[in-house]
Design a protein around this ligand. Structure first.
Ligand code: GAR
Length: 208
């Protein structure tokens, strides 16, 4: 059974998609051991508690500096002995020590087709503003392993979504979530939990 930590910062709709997929057995061989937020007001924490999942907050605000926060965060994460860390809208830069320790064990969902609209500053709605302001016709979402760069790790799954005339960033964000994020994140976890995902030369191979 793959033990998962899900890291969140906000609403937690991707967390909900994972919880629902485990309940409906779209994800097999996996369980969520803990949900960790950097923001005590994140609704994602409520979603976890409602499902009887341990939910904790570790906020940078409670530490003297970033190094202290990073150290504490990693210590707490380590204490759960998870096999996979899922960044589901986690808006914190992952410290180098954690990336080294959890190599190919951290996955992230990004609301665009990487390598478009990725890198520093491209969080949530900003991606969609960029997509719309440049007249892009197709966007989507990407699940990838996390490496030392920003949105540069090996790509596991991507799904395209059409941009429609008159879309606002909010409307497009919702469509990308519904049609892409909430599909490919649970799918990626299921593939990993069932031993179907391997990484070689920074490329992901998915077994049939
Ligand atoms: C999602 O759209 C996710 O792709 C994005 O934050 C949102 C979280 O929503 N992540 C990033 O932009 C990371 N670069 P949620 O809390 O409802 O799952």
């Amino acid at each position: 059974m793959l033990k998962i930590a899900v890291c969140v910062s906000g609403g937690g709709t991707n967390l909900q998609a994972i919880i629902d997929a485990i309940d409906s057995k779209k994800i097999t061989n996996a369980e969520i051991s803990v949900v960790i937020s950097n923001n005590k007001n994140a609704y994602a924490l409520e979603r976890a508690k409602k499902h009887g999942i341990e939910a904790i907050c570790i906020s940078p605000k409670d530490f003297e500096n970033r190094d202290e926060f990073n150290r504490s965060f990693l210590e707490k994460l380590d204490s759960y002995h998870v096999d996979l860390v899922v960044l589901a809208g986690f808006l914190v830069v992952i410290p180098k020590a954690m990336i080294e320790k959890y190599q190919n064990k951290i996955i992230n969902i990004h609301p665009s087709l990487i390598p478009s609209f990725c890198g520093k500053g491209y969080y949530g709605l900003k991606v969609h503003e960029g997509v719309l302001s440049r007249g892009v016709k197709v966007t989507g979402a990407t699940v990838h392993f996390v490496d030392e760069g920003t949105d540069t790790g090996p790509i596991i799954l991507q799904k395209a979504v059409e941009v429609q005339e008159g879309d606002t960033p909010e409307v497009l964000q919702r469509r990308v979530m519904e049609q892409a994020e909430w599909q490919i994140m649970p799918k990626a976890i299921d593939l990993i939990a069932n031993g179907k995902v391997s990484v070689c030369d920074r490329c992901v191979h998915i077994a049939e």
